[in-house]
Design a binder for this molecule. Sequence first.
Ligand code: PGA
Length: 234
Amino acid sequence: MQQRTFPNHTALSQHTADYIANLIRQKPDAVLCLASGDTPTETYRILASMVQSGDLDLSRCRFIGLDEWVGFGPTDVGSCGYLVYRDLFTPAQIRSEQITYFDAKATDLQAECARVDDAIADFGKLDLLLVGIGMNGHIALNEPGTPFSLRCHVVQLAQSTIDVGQKYFTKPTPLSQGITLGLQHLAEARDVILMASGPRKAAVVQQALTGPVTEQLPASIMQTIEQGKVWVSE
Ligand code: PGA
């Protein structure tokens, strides 16, 4: 695992965008699984502006959605899909057939898990998995206590995730379950970047990288991911 600290969020975002752009230039049909959340927003805006200025071509890439709140879809303001569409898919004119996203409004969520697992298996391997870290150490919606061996699954959200998740919404929003890729996908991806910014995340990042590797702290799995990169900023 590689660890790197950047002086500020802009430097972290620029570096991450440049890294992803280079990866895509080397493999134009790359399969990318990109996190939602506040942390990667600036990275996505830089990538979208590269596309708009003709410096980057995403037209052959395939995109997998990392996670979603159960009951929400990409047109619901504040959902995971909403943020990624707003910052990347829409401005970069990604076509719908390039995108595999959980339908978190589906009545059969297990079938959704199987559909996304099958799509990933058909691609072979994810070329890049870009994730953030939650205040409780979650990665995607893999909450503390989730077995590292899971692939796509439905989760009962931790109270901390429900509380912190309110920041994405314009009004108080009941959240209870999520649907998410699993940490086994992380272990199997060709490349993994975990981004974290700001003093609020410093303690959990430190604990994940230097404490014991334990399913009680999902992000501690990064210590075991050889191809993993933990890029943080102050
Ligand atoms: P954030 O979310 O980027 O909005 O801080 C990260 C996460 O919960 O994984």
